[in-house]
Design a protein around this ligand. Structure first.
Ligand code: 13P
Ligand code: SF4
Length: 324
């Protein structure tokens, strides 16, 4: 425990259940540097729920799911916004608060869903289904958003689809999210074939094995999981909705069928809950580290820019979802 510096001791108290002292000793210097740099540069760090606990609990100013981060990004008053998340989240922040400097610590922090579709693909879908509105998941590039009528996240997808009051929508690019939403509405949903490389790996058999090994366990799943996984789960919702479920129901034992760090982050808030952790890592989220957040603030990199013509149309689609 001698490795814990006094200035960081209170922070360590928060995360001691999920970060061993030996690991903390490696983090302390970067945490102190980042806290200082945030003050010097009038910067805030927005961190997604999948960030590791030393980022999520020790340097982030605002944490949440994609929807919450988008809403918060819009009203941030600081000069610099650092996104501890993936590239589409940084682009969304830049779209919603274009006058700020938005930094992403690693330009290669991508997303298999965002990589599954191009702007040209959306234009072809429109030709194939004329006058059917296009609902685009925020896990896409700004160029794809610019071809869309409205965006959605896993937290508001059903409400967005219903808000259009049409019998048919195109929902891009996550096939499983589209199917999971289709199961909750009479609106016909035309899907794309994108998949999240993290959530597509969970199976219904995994859930049955977990229930057998841990009788009474609560199973929560992200809607990017295959429909048969969502059907077997006790609850499905965005990362924020899963976290709220644990806070409201305080199950004795729970499993979150989602990215590994979620369980660590929620466990910090709920020491009374036993988390079973089948672990699927998102390699893109894990590209963000304390070290590259520190470098981002020291060297002002990587600055997120979006072509103004693309930005104007993409912003409209993102802002429209925020008013649903
Ligand atoms: P949420 O919007 O639920 O936080 O999900 C984002 C994401 O990338 C899930 O894989
Ligand atoms: Fe993309 Fe899946 Fe990673 Fe989320 S977890 S950023 S959807 S690859």
């Amino acid at each position: 425990m001698s490795a814990v510096l006094p200035s960081s001791a209170s922070l360590y108290d928060r995360v001691r259940r999920v970060i061993p002292p030996i690991e903390w000793s490696v983090f302390v210097e970067d945490i102190d540097a980042i806290l200082n740099l945030k003050r010097q540069r009038n910067a805030v760090i927005l961190a997604h729920n999948y960030q590791t606990p030393e980022i999520f609990h020790c340097v982030a100013d605002i944490v949440g799911d994609s929807l919450a981060l988008a809403r918060e990004a819009m009203t941030v008053d600081a000069d610099v916004i650092v996104i501890a998340g993936v590239h589409f989240m940084a682009e969304t922040a830049k779209l919603l608060n274009p006058d700020k400097t938005v930094l992403i610590p690693d330009l290669d922090a991508g997303c298999s869903l965002a990589d599954s579709i191009t702007a040209e693909d959306v234009r072809l879908m429109r030709q194939r289904y004329p006058s059917v509105p296009v609902v685009t998941y925020v896990n896409t590039s700004a160029a794809v958003k610019a071809e869309s009528d409205i965006c959605c996240t896993s937290g508001n997808a059903l409400a967005v689809v219903k808000s259009l009051r049409v019998p048919r929508v195109i929902m891009l690019p996550d096939e499983y999210l589209a199917k999971n939403i289709a199961a909750q509405t009479k609106v016909e949903i035309i899907a794309w074939n994108g998949r999240c490389e993290v959530h597509e790996r969970f199976t219904a058999a995994d859930i049955r094995e977990l229930r057998e090994a841990h009788p009474g366990i609560s199973v929560l799943a992200h809607p990017e999981c295959p429909p048969e996984v969502v059907a077997e789960a006790d609850f499905a919702g965005s990362t924020a909705a899963m976290s709220d479920y644990v806070a409201r129901h305080r199950p004795a034992r729970v499993v979150l069928m989602t990215e590994c760090s979620m369980s660590d982050n929620v466990a910090v808030e709920h020491p009374e809950v036993d988390f079973v952790r089948p672990c699927n890592l998102c390699p893109h989220m894990k590209r963000i580290t304390l070290a590259n957040i520190r470098t981002a603030l020291e060297e002002n990199r990587h600055v997120v820019t979006i072509d103004p013509h693309v930005a104007e149309r993409a912003r409209w689609a993102v802002e429209r979802m925020l008013f649903v």
